[in-house]
Design a protein around this ligand. Structure first.
Ligand code: IFM
Length: 461
């Protein structure tokens, strides 16, 4: 087992270690205090969409266990908590009346963090679009971007004085391709036109939200969290390398290029531009607003090969087999080298601000045995990926912090509750939390920089 103390010693003293969650995945209380349905509530109700027809009605009951869970974060010894704010709690219909009770909950969350000395990293959108907005087409409609700007302004006016950081969106790739083209996430659309419309309106929503954040709370550093693909060609053939470039444009460039260069990628635009919505004058300047930071969510590489028959739409690639035999319980290849690959590649392609690793972690489904959870493979995953982060910092990449995904087991979207990513085990029948072996290890790591010789006072349950 990698010694957490010596790993911690490889990070600068001002490096932030944190844990991350998202509202729909943990809060539950789906109908409490004025919250209305999101697209995920509806998706969960549709047969065949979510494993076991699991839903977010109760989840980890975090809404009702807020203080207990904030105590848990404190016990883990981390400096920061990355959470998301549920739009359907704040503006239940997406537009129209503001729900004060929803804001009150996040007031308590933020104050609770502050009282415990935990920094607050809020994300405004982690996929729970108010269902009412689907009446206008959801993200395919420009009006959703306008509604998001108003929601962002509302949140920042109320919480901005106590946030240490804010992200507009979590993982645009999932919101667009996974949800509007591959049909796996809500709203379950499988249509390129829909995806391309949603793409531009989501990018615009990001830019409009940056404007709103800066006008309401100019002191709060603002960023965007991207699950950039670590695109690796199967071979070094020119066909596979060209395929990897196309894959980069499609999976990364569609988001990075407008945000960091103010344009859509060349080949992407040539192939798909005619099916995009009208890009109004000024849109790209809004989207291209300078950011204070960006977040990378990394789990596994994307290996691609050329698809010589060029079926269907750009980018005409096919999946290449994994190189490592090691996989997590969700079937994702474990390859820490993909993390350094994607960071090095993206800093070569773009002028990027400082970075936080806003998510990294592993799915292993070990259960509690005699009051403990032995999830050694998760611990090894963390140690190996954190070691890569330390190497990157050693090479002067500006990585400022790392958030483990996730604080606790939670609703893993289309996989329901069967896939577990937590440092803390959740027994969904009793809501009992049990810190796993990986959680105890992460607590030692996070606490090590402040008190190099003192072990954190955290127990397994
Ligand atoms: O659980 C998700 C999270 O909501 C977004 N990033 C990836 C995680 C694991 O799939």
């Amino acid at each position: 087992m990698i010694d957490p103390q010596s790993l911690a010693a490889r990070f600068p003293r001002n490096f932030t270690f944190g844990v991350a969650t998202a509202a729909f995945q943990i809060e539950g209380a789906a109908r409490a205090d004025g919250r209305k349905a999101s697209i995920w509530d509806a998706f969960c109700n549709m047969p065949g969409r979510v494993h076991n027809r699991d839903n977010g009605d109760v989840a980890c009951d975090h809404y009702n266990r807020l203080d207990e869970d904030l105590d848990l974060i404190k016990e883990l010894g981390v400096e920061a908590y990355r959470f998301s704010i549920a739009w359907p709690r704040i503006v239940p219909d997406g537009t129209g009346p503001i729900n004060e009770a929803g804001l009150d909950f996040y007031d308590r969350l933020v104050d609770g963090c502050k009282a415990r000395g935990i920094k607050t990293f809020a994300t405004l959108y982690h996929w729970d679009l108010p269902l009412a907005l689907m009446g206008d087409g959801g993200w395919t409609s420009r009006s959703t971007a306008i509604a998001f700007q108003r929601y962002a302004r509302t949140v920042m006016a109320r919480l901005g004085d106590r946030l240490d950081s804010v992200a507009t969106l979590n993982e645009p790739w999932c919101i667009i391709w996974l949800s509007h083209l591959y049909g796996i996430h809500a709203p379950g659309e499988k249509n390129m036109e829909a995806a391309l419309h949603a793409l531009h309106h989501l990018n615009l929503a990001h830019g409009l939200a940056v404007e709103a954040i800066r006008s309401e709370a100019p002191h709060v550093p603002v960023g965007l969290v991207l699950n950039a693909a670590s695109v690796i060609p199967e071979t070094q053939s020119s066909a596979d390398k060209a395929a990897a470039e196309r894959a980069h444009e499609f999976h990364n460039g569609a988001f990075f290029d407008p945000v960091f260069k103010g344009e859509y990628p060349e080949h992407f635009l040539a192939a798909l531009g005619p099916r995009m919505p009208v890009i109004e004058d000024g849109d790209l300047a809004i989207i291209n607003a300078k950011l204070d930071w960006w977040g990378l969510n990394y789990y596994t590489p994307m290996r691609v090969a050329d698809d010589a028959e060029k079926p269907g739409d750009f980018p005409w690639t096919k999946a290449a087999p994994p190189v490592s035999e090691v996989k997590t319980d969700i079937g994702w290849e474990v390859f820490p080298g993909g993390l350094s690959h994607v960071i090095e590649d993206l800093y070569r392609r773009y002028e990027l601000p400082p970075c936080y690793i806003t998510e990294n972690g592993a799915c292993y489904n070990m259960e509690v045995v005699d009051g403990a959870v032995d999830d050694t493979p998760r611990l090894a995953y963390y140690a190996d990926h954190l070691s890569v982060v330390a190497d990157l910092i050693g090479k002067n990449y500006p990585i400022k912090g790392y958030f483990a995904w996730s604080l606790m087991d939670n609703f893993e979207w289309a996989e329901g509750y069967r896939m577990r990513f937590g440092l803390v085990h959740v027994d969904y029948a009793t809501q009992k939390r049990t810190v796993k072996k990986s959680g105890l290890w992460y607590a030692e790591l996070a606490s090590a920089r402040d008190q190099p010789t003192v072990r954190p006072a955290v127990s397994a349950s």
